[in-house]
Structure formats: structure tokens, C-alpha cells
Design a protein around this ligand. Structure first.
Ligand SMILES: Nc1ncnc2c1ncn2[C@@H]1O[C@H](COP(=O)(O)OP(=O)(O)OP(=O)(O)O)[C@@H](O)[C@H]1O
Length: 340
């Protein structure tokens, strides 16, 4: 049975925008527009999209912070908005741009508070804390007030806090934002471990595609609140019509090469670059070039996944709701804030 289920879920915001000196008009923004997907227990799924695509809104609905305007949503069999407090014991959330830790208190106190709020049995708390401190290298920082931690240290502190109660699902919203490469790698290694060893289901939102490449076997792409891709990272090459490049060094300067299945995209002296579909084999193109042109050397360059995604975003971002405005109205679920 899937751990996360969305069936035609939508979320609309009403915003009041200034249209003249004294005029204000109500405008409706469809942040999430008919999302349907499931995530099985133990999966690690990337959830990506351009700014304002609806990623955070989805995660807020999955945690019960926001109520969907339409559709059906279940996490671990529970309706998050209705059963927010009960669900809070089964999920962990990390918002990279915000901390759930107590700013003026040492890390240790935030963890102690989590232990009480989640009623984590003492032995389990000790074991989980020890593991997080060890793998996230937080031990020496336990007595440091959160406000004195660096961004990377704080982020690791937040990730540990989200995992102390052994959640079945971990939502990560930009967990590596602003971190240097060493901190990013440390966080990624840890998350990989949590997913593989503890079997924690992970839904990861990020603008850093290396996070996705290193952690996720499946990626969902959302744009204008709609799912535009759901599959393997590799499948994106087919969807994004990406191209590989054959770089050819000829024995002499020649007119642009003409072979079937590829086209010259750049010429620099005796070197020429030929683009061909990433989904087809390089062999026939190489054979055709070698048969007709005197070659010195050649190599094949793989497409960068960043380029593929950038093209998908730019092709799909015309006339949508647009990012940016986060005005006053945000209908939230009733009940206490999640205990994290
Ligand atoms: N509280 C709110 N009130 C009104 N509109 C909102 C609110 N929250 C989000 N929106 C709008 O909904 C759309 C989706 O926003 P959301 O924050 O979910 O996007 P995102 O994919 O997380 O973007 P980013 O990558 O920039 O974080 C945007 O147009 C945004 O302005």
C-alpha cells in the first residue's frame, strides 16, 4: 500500500492585488492544480520544479499545515489536515529556509523538547540521538546555542531533530540550500543512509540536481501546480529531448560534416561538435563520420541533466501563476502546530 497518496489534489490561494491607486482586485492563484501520484514505503523521490511551481504548497498539504481546496490526500492512511497531530508522530519535516530548533537554546535542549513532545522512549531516544550525532558530526555542538551555529551545522541539527522520533516519512524542502560542498556531501551521505538502512521514505524538494542524482531513483517534476514528469532521472533525457554531443577532431579544416542522424552545432578550426538525440546510440554517427572524413580523434559528451531540466522549465513556464507573492491569505488546518 502506498505511504503517500494524492488524488486530483488542488490548492488555490486568493490574493488581493493593487490594480490602481485606490483599486484592489481579488485574484486566484492555483498553486497546485490536480496532482495525482503515490509514493511507496521506502522510496526516495525527488520533487523538483521552477520557482513558484507549487512544491512547498504540496509539502505543506502533506504535513497538514495547509488544507487542500479539492481532491483526496492521505499520508500513512491519514488525512493530514484532519489528523495533523497524530500524523506528526509519523512524519519528519525539514524546511531548509527555516529552523524548527530553539534559537537561543543549545541544540541539546531542542532535542530534549522533541523527546518530550513526541514521547520518545528513553532507550530509543538515546540510540537515535547517538546515531545522528555520530553520522552528522554534531557531538561537539550539542551545547552550542542554535544562533551560534553555522548554516551547515544548523541544517544538520534540524535534520537530526526531524529524525529523533523515527518518522516513517521525511519531507525535505531544500535541505542543502546555501551549504558549501563539504556540508552538502555530508548531508547527502546521511540521508542516503537513513533511506537505505532505516527504510525511511523520503520526499526531497531541491533546486540542486546533484541532490537528486545522488539520492533519488525517481523524480517528479511539477510546473504550474501540475505534474509534468514522473519517472527515473534517466527518463528525463527522453522527455526533455536532450542531446549528446560527438566532438570530432579532423585531420584538416573541413566544411561542416554532413551525416544522417546528427547536425553540426559548432565548428572551431578542425574541431566540430555534432549533436544527436541522447536516446539513440552514438555508434552509427561515429561510423558514418569515420567512413567519410579523415579523423584524428573523437569523444562523446553526455548531456548535463541541468540543461535538460532547464529546457523543460523554460518550455513549460509561460503564463502560469508566477512565483513571488505570498500575501495575507493562507487557510491553515485547525489544531496545534506540529510538534517539531
Ligand atoms: N500563502 C500564500 N498565499 C498566496 N499565494 C501563495 C501562498 N503560498 C504560495 N503561494 C503561491 O502559490 C504558488 C506556488 O508557490 P510554492 O511556494 O508552493 O512554490 P515552490 O514551487 O515551492 O517555489 P520555490 O521553488 O520558489 O520555493 C506561487 O505562485 C506562490 O506565489
Amino acid at each position: 500500500m502506498p505511504l503517500i497518496e494524492l488524488d486530483d489534489v488542488a490548492r488555490t490561494f486568493t490574493i488581493r492585488a493593487k490594480t490602481g491607486r485606490f483599486r484592489r482586485e481579488k485574484r486566484r492563484v492555483r498553486a497546485v492544480d490536480g496532482l495525482t501520484f503515490t509514493v511507496e514505503a521506502g522510496e526516495c523521490v525527488g520533487y523538483i520544479g521552477p520557482n513558484g511551481a507549487g512544491k512547498s504548497t504540496t509539502i505543506k498539504m502533506l504535513t497538514g499545515i495547509l488544507v487542500p481546496s479539492a481532491g483526496r490526500l492521505r499520508v500513512a492512511g491519514v488525512d493530514p489536515a484532519r489528523d495533523r497531530v497524530r500524523l506528526a508522530r509519523r512524519i519528519g519535516v525539514v524546511f531548509g529556509q527555516r529552523t524548527t530548533l530553539w534559537w537561543d537554546l543549545p541544540l541539546r535542549d531542542s532535542y530534549e523538547l522533541a523527546r518530550r513532545v513526541y514521547r520518545i522512549p528513553a532507550a530509543r531516544y538515546r540510540a537515535n540521538l547517538e546515531r545522528c550525532l555520530d553520522l552528522l558530526e554534531l557531538g561537539p555542538l550539542l551545547d552550542t546555542p542554535v544562533r551560534q551555529l553555522s548554516l551547515g551545522q544548523r541544517m544538520r541539527g534540524d535534520i537530526a531533530a526531524a529524525l529523533l522520533h523515527d518518522p516513517e516519512v521525511l519531507y525535505l524542502d531544500e535541505p542543502t540550500i546555501g551549504l558549501d560542498i563539504v556540508s552538502k556531501n555530508r548531508v547527502r551521505r546521511f540521508l542516503k543512509d537513513v533511506n537505505a538502512e532505516a527504510g525511511t521514505t523520503v520526499l526531497l524538494t531541491t533546486h540542486d540536481l546533484t541532490d537528486i542524482e545522488q539520492l533519488c531513483s525517481r523524480v517528479m517534476v511539477i510546473d504550474h501546480g501540475r505534474l509534468i514528469h514522473d519517472g527515473g532521472l534517466e527518463d528525463l533525457h527522453a522527455v526533455g529531448r536532450s542531446e549528446r554531443t560527438l566532438v570530432v577532431d579532423l585531420a584538416e579544416v573541413t566544411a561542416p560534416i554532413e551525416v544522417a542522424g546528427a547536425r553540426v552545432v559548432r565548428v572551431d578550426g578542425p574541431r566540430q561538435w555534432l549533436a544527436f538525440p541522447a536516446t539513440s546510440s552514438a555508434a552509427p554517427v561515429v561510423a558514418a563520420v569515420a567512413a567519410r572524413y579523415p579523423l584524428v580523434d573523437l569523444s562523446v559528451r553526455e548531456p548535463a541533466i541541468e540543461d535538460v531540466i532547464a529546457r523543460m522549465y523554460s518550455e513549460g513556464t509561460e503564463g502560469g501563476p508566477g512565483g513571488g507573492a505570498h500575501p495575507e491569505e493562507e487557510r491553515t488546518a485547525s489544531g496545534a502546530a506540529p510538534p517539531s
